[in-house]
Design a protein around this ligand. Sequence first.
Ligand code: BLA
Length: 726
Amino acid sequence: MEKINCEDERIQFLGQVQAIGFLLVTDSSGKILAVSDNFDQFVQGIDLSTIIDRNIAELNLLDLHGKIISEFIHSTVTERKSAQLVEVADQSMHFTLSQLNDLYYFEFERCTRKEKLPLSVFNNRMMELQYEKEHVWQLLSKVISENLLVDRVMVYQFNEDSSGVVVAETLLSPELDSYLGLNYPEFDIPKQARELYKRKHVRFIADVNQTPARLISNAQHDIDLSTISIRSLSPIHLQYIRNAGFESSISFSIMINGKLWGLICCQHRTPLHIDRESRTFALMLTNFAANRFQQLKDKKRIQYLQEVQELVLLLKEKVLLKSNFFPELKQYASHLQEMLGADGIAIGFDDGIHLEGTTIDKEVLRSVLPLLREQAKDGLFTDNSLSNHHPAISAVIGSQFQGIAFSEIDENRSFFIIWFRKEILLDRNWAGKPEKFYELDKEINKLKPSPRTSFNSWREQVSGTSPKWTNRQLLFIERIKHVLREGLINKATEIDNLNKQLIERNNALDTYAYTISHDLKNPLSAIKLSTEFLQFKREVKPEAMAKMTKNILDSVDIILNMLDKIHQFSKASAFNFDVETVETENFIQEIVDMSKHRFQALHVDVQLGDLVPVKGERTLIYQLFLNLVGNAIKYSSKSPNPVVQVSSAKTNNGTIYTIQDNGIGMAEEELETVFEIFKRMSNSTNFDGSGVGMAIVKRITDKLGIDISIKSKLGEGTTIRLMFQD
Ligand code: BLA
């Protein structure tokens, strides 16, 4: 037989209001479309059967307020509400005019309160709530209990599966059983009711046994009573209240961040019509408490985030800076475990696995790793009921662990963290066995749900789960993953940098190694030339003698200087050269003379312009010019009118040197390879050389950060430009 579900009941279209008031519904012109059939009990002298289709103004009952009503109807604002106390046939009533879609609702409700609530009461209650640090809900239930004087006030929190649990309670009568900690199934407050309660924040029933008034209507559609305070509640729910042993109830929505977080549920054993003003007061207190609760929650969240931040800083400082951080990270395993409220933790890195707390053993862990990876999305997999959701994983690691959080930090390094949570057997106490009963509705021949009759505590053992990972904890996992991943990447760049340094150092070593074999040749050949000269000439004029010996001694100095640098370099683990201002003037002439001798190029016209001092390391700068000026002289020595020009100038951001010759030049297509070692230009075969000089030049300019550019034309000459930084 067909079953009707709880959530199918159209609770706002049932067309009934409570007998504590009456309702008129009009269209925008004031024409009455519906009236509750108890109208004539409140207003005498008007025949109920004549009301429909008349204009509400004709009823005269609204004389006093006609102006307000017509203003209301003709204003352009939608969704308005106004409430005030009015006298209807000598009765004090709360009158509310509201609009929903195209309909206007004139709602009258008896006023039961004798005197107005003093503002000071409200203020004091708010202050109390504002100072509460821990038990906001308990305090709220007490405050509401004192003000509404109902037998039971409960704070009911929705669980994630929409079942709910009583988290705070105040009982006025000690003989009532406490419901604190009891769970209620999802269908006690079905979906459509929860949806409605998001929009309308108070509902109540003054007497579950009072016959409701029915709406008489000729409207096209059922009238939507969503926003009507005196709406009579669902008959199924009224039966529920009766079954629980109560005759009246009232509830308020607890809204947090736009979500229905829970309800304040009040029950009373006898009929009780709580006045509209008291309801509004209780709702305001509820909203106030919700804000306070949110505030405290935010505070705790910030506190947690601070703790996370502290741990992150600690990891960065103590772990990630270490060259091998796995051993250091191990020290923080228990900290990481605690922050997540886990029973055990496993940290894997390369082939190592570190375990702490209660975990599975390493071999089992290795075998389950592929399964975890399979489930992970963006390197994350969490669950709190493995045997139910992932039996294959549960089979490997065993049913004692139901909770797992797997975070893959770097798959290549097999770097991961796994948190474990043990199963906990929960006693879940229900207010009555959470079962729906169905009875046959003969009229429609369908099975209708009906509320349970026993609310005696019923204990359920919940197995196969461990506590859920909260959003905050998931955030923590993400944060740690991010930090460690970043650390790992930095580590990689650090190693990269180290490699670069090593290469640089090798380059520098190379430079000096080439120098030994190459550049020592210059001063050595100068010595050789001078000595040969002295050998040949029996009688040497004192000036010539002085010049020759000076040449020899200078060359020896250069050689000694170079050897000294090489020695220093091989001694020092890090080759840090001194940058100083180098007076090129002091040695360029010397280089010119030496090169002319060496390349038998005395005829080359070397024109030296301004020689501005530059910044760099002495020996390297010397070698740089030795090679460049030497080349210019060598490769122009066989040209018809060889001219070499060396000049310099200061610019805005450095010093520019130009070394220009009109020698053999280089083919454009060969320019690209000019800096390669042992590379000789095809037109240079008639010249002495090894193909090392320009490679050295390049290394020196790289090392000292000098910009070098070459312009050359085959048969016309070469211009080299050096840009020294200040
Ligand atoms: C509504 N059910 C409600 C409401 C509460 C509860 C508070 C809101 C209406 C009100 O304020 O009375 C349930 N009351 C509780 C709970 C506690 C309490 C959980 O005191 C404990 C703290 N109810 C059933 C079944 C159905 C059902 C089987 O048991 C469905 C077939 C329906 N409950 C039901 C419906 C409403 C409801 C339809 C909406 C009532 C309405 O607004 O018209």
